[in-house]
Design a protein around this ligand. Sequence first.
Ligand code: FCB
Length: 428
Amino acid sequence: MRTPERTFPADFTFGVATSAYQVEGGIENDWAEWERAGRLKEPHARCGRAVDHWSRYEEDYRLATAVGATAFRISLEWARIEPERGRFDEAALEGYRERLLKMKAHGLTPVVTLHHFTHPTWFHRETPWHQPESVEVFRRYSRRCAALLEGLDARVITFNEPMVLLLGGYLQGAIPPGIADGALTMKALENLVRAHVVARREVGERLGRVETGISQNMLAFAPDRWWNPLDRALVRLGGQAYNHAFHEALSTGKLRVNMPGVATTRVDIPEARDSAEFVGVNYYSRAHLRFVPRPPFIEFKYRDTQGRGLTDIGWEDWPEGFLQTLRDVKRYGKPVWITENGIDDRSGTRRPQYLHTHLAQVLAARAEGVDVQGYLYWSLLDNFEWLEGWGPRFGLYHVDFDTLERRPTPACDYFRQVATGRKLVAPL
Ligand code: FCB
């Protein structure tokens, strides 16, 4: 007899995730500028044609259905759609509409992200996130995006990992727009919450009932020295700010960040109250936090505590943290979607096991009453990994970056087996 904990119900969704800049190719935006300025880890690396998904989309939809996926997460590239402020490119909009219709015809439900890290080049110069006009500019863009989604029954993600954008782009200055200022970070955070609210409203006005939310990068945090009260305080305050401040604002209308000496804010945004239909979780790893007695007071590291070996990108493989994270989002009382989870595994040999252990945590969370409804693997294909460039390989399909040929990794079979059989078997 089947034990219920080993099976996924028929209405549980298995899908795959991508983002425009990382796969489409031929995009001119703030990241392309960043690359030309030599700001990637490998200063000569370029995203360029990426993996040419813009031309090969039909092949990629077939690859997704071949592994049993019934949902496909993409993002819309703002720089394609609005190359100059207020000028919308009709051909780009039609191009996306055509692709979304084809996706649907392939039996894939679109999960559409409006903003996945990148911006048109004019944005940071004219209406950056720390200025209130950014909200209106995003609202207008979202209105055009909403029109693309008519009749598709799509799920909408307004922002991908807003805290990663803010931490990297506004606090550390490591990614565009390269600002390093705690006060501006908090202004930008507030405007991102407001931008989510107005975008959701646009989507709702155009499409009626539609599930809208955000994708939040959620880390399991641990004190670097378990006995050290300052490390433990960092875990508490940092975990709250990084993992929960945004979700909480969309739930309660209260935006609270309390990281003394780094960034703090306390703003009420009543219109943000109950402004998401689902909680989107991107889970990858666990980080250890250590207090250091000089700004920014936090040292952040991945450690191989279990002797499983770090992943190729250097992250701890820590499935246990996935369950913890899912338990933690139960407090929002909404359905949960895993909008990303995956491993950089350049040999392709570790991925089936990674899938197995992480999906087991999803089942464990469901057994505890967390309403997880979908799992989107990051990523369908190897792609351009931001500051890391072309090193990492997260794809279910291996991509030869010279010929762009896609080849299945061993995880394809495993994913298909689970997604279609609905039973969590161990990989061979
Ligand atoms: C997430 C990003 C995604 C990809 C994965 C590996 O933080 O949302 O674009 O880079 O990490």
